[in-house]
Structures are given as C-alpha cells and as structure tokens.
Design a protein around this ligand. Structure first.
Ligand code: C5P
Length: 309
C-alpha cells in the first residue's frame, strides 16, 4: 500500500505553539549597571493569557511574520524574526519560515508577550527543524534576544529572575501552586527603556527612594509566603520598583488600581514596566466574576481573568 505522503507532509510542515504571558509578583531594582541595564530581584509568574504561533515552511529562505495586531512590527524589529534568524544563520541557512502570530496578549503592557513569542520560536524551531539543542543552548540564544526571554524557555510557572532578569532560578516548591488574577490593561503603551530612564532620573534626583517605595519584604520572604499556598496572604507584600515611575507616565494605572481596590481586592500590582495591572483573587470564581463585572460596568481597559500556568 502506498504511504499517505500528503498527510505526512502536512504534519511536518506546520507547528502550532501557545505562547504564554507573565506577570512580575515582585520586581526590585538593585542598581544600574555599566552596560545601562539594571540588576533586579524579580519573581516571575507565567499566566494563562496566550498568543498562538504557527510556524510553517517556505519554499525560499525568507523569514516572514504575519500578525492579526497592527501594533506588532512585521520586519527585523520583531523578536520572533530575530529568534528565527539566529537559528537559521547558525543551523539551517537554506530554510525559510512563515511565522503567524495570533495575538491576544496586549502589546507594550509589561506582560512579556514579545519575549514569550521569541522563546516560543526558539523552542518551536528546535523541534520543527530537528536541531536537538539542549535547554542550556536555547537559553544562550534567549539571553541575546532580551532579559525576559530565558524565563519562557524554562517553561515553569514561577521563577526568580536575577541579574537583568535573565538568570533564572526555578522554584520547585511552587510548581503545583496556582494563583488567580484579574488583569486590567490600560490602552496606553509604555516603552520599557523610557520607564527605566525615568527611574534613573528619579533616583538621581532622590525622588524615588521615599519610605513608600521600599518593599515591605524581600523576594525570598514573599516566595516562602506563597509556598504556604494560601492566596489570602496579607496585603502590601507585592512590590514593583517601576510602579511609581510608570504611574507618572500613565495615570490610568492609578485609576485601575483604585477600581480594583474598590472591588474588595487587596493585593494589586503593576506588572513589569506596565501599564498592565493585576490583582490576586482568592479563587477562579472570584477572578471571573469580578472581571465580568468590570467589563459590564464599561471598564475602558482590557480585562482578563487569568491563572498561573
Ligand atoms: O532586555 P530587554 O531588551 O527586554 O530590555 C529592554 C530595555 O529595558 C533595555 O534596553 C533597557 O533599557 C531596559 N532594561 C533595563 N534593565 C533590565 C531590563 C531591561 O534597564 N534589567
């Protein structure tokens, strides 16, 4: 009997990957480095909001990006393009690739969407092109693409990010823990380099380090509290050094925080360089019902109920 060659071709010519977002439950800037990056203590959490990425072969050796969101660059600025190019240049110079991004993660929001997409392309191409690269090798490519990319290569729910965020320390004690969140994303985009530059300016003029902008605990204490697996921990433990700066650039963040507080939520924080804001809910039911209420009441930001994945 003849082999169903067409079917085999279909299977190997396309790969679909779900690319998750993150929030930072804790982000403390330790200092500015000579390379202009900042050393951080951060706690990453991977969340269920995701983009869908489809990789498919091309007859030529071009790398083409397609996306349903006009805010995403389609050329060489796109981190997915850069990720594919790194692997193509080194291992498969004659192979071309179409990358289709079905975007649901808001862009420029502090949710790591672009970084996650780049990590998905690296891990996806490792399979698609049969490269057999180890995780350590993939992480090396990831570091070259951006500070948040390595976290997504590790494919774990929680991790510490040290250095500029790229040095990942797994937290096996939290592997089975799941949090629920209401996530609200104001329309405005914030540029990460701009937010860090404003932080530098604030620090130099002594504006940033008032008592209010110091964390109540360090990241290790927060992690040990999370390890007790009770989402109703005392308020004030989540922390983000960049929140004060982003709040000045985007006052919507304050409005969203107040709105979430008015829903009876206590643990509320901006993620990354913002402007996405999340709150910890005590159950999936609470996250979904508050998200539905905010939408019904006409919240202008994008609202999601998400969990750790
Ligand atoms: O690493 P990534 O390309 O995502 O960083 C984007 C920008 O954010 C950097 O160019 C830098 O301005 C700023 N950044 C920083 N310190 C970090 C991470 C990012 O200053 N730890």
């Amino acid at each position: 009997m003849k082999k169903p060659a067409g079917l085999v071709f279909l299977i190997v010519s396309k790969l679909v990957i779900y690319s998750f977002a993150k929030v930072n439950l804790f982000l403390k800037i330790l200092n500015k480095r000579p390379d202009n990056y900042h050393n951080l203590d951060t706690l990453f959490e991977r969340i269920s909001l995701s983009d869908r990425i489809t990789l498919s072969s091309r007859k030529d050796n071009l790398i083409k990006i397609y996306c349903n969101n006009a805010q995403v660059p389609l050329g060489q600025d796109n981190l997915c393009w850069q990720a594919a190019r790194l692997l193509q240049k080194k291992f498969r110079p004659h192979k071309g690739l179409d990358i289709k991004i079905n975007k649901r993660i808001p862009v420029g929001a502090g949710l790591g969407g672009g970084s996650s997409n780049a990590a998905s392309v690296l891990t996806g191409l490792n399979k698609f092109w049969g490269l057999k690269l180890s995780k350590t090798k993939l992480v090396k490519f990831a570091v070259a693409l951006g500070s948040d990319v390595p976290f997504f290569i590790h494919a774990i729910p929680f991790a510490y990010g040290l250095g500029r965020g790229e040095k990942i320390q797994a937290l096996p004690g939290l592997n089975r823990f799941r949090l629920w969140h209401i996530l609200v994303v104001p329309e405005k985009h914030l540029s990460t380099p701009l937010v860090y530059r404003e932080w530098d300016a604030g620090e130099q003029s002594g504006r940033i380090f008032s008592g209010l902008t110091k964390p109540a605990v360090n990241v290790k204490i927060l992690t040990s509290i999370l390890a007790k697996k009770n989402p109703r921990f005392r308020p004030g433990l989540l922390f983000n050094s960049l929140e004060q700066v982003s709040l000045r650039l985007c006052p919507e963040i304050k409005r969203v925080k107040t709105r979430l507080r008015n829903q009876g939520l206590e643990n509320i924080l901006m993620s990354g360089s913002g402007p996405a804001v999340f709150a910890i809910a005590c159950s999936g039911y609470q996250a979904r019902s508050i998200a539905a209420r905010l939408k019904q009441e006409g919240e202008p930001g994008r609202v999601f109920a998400v969990s750790t994945v």
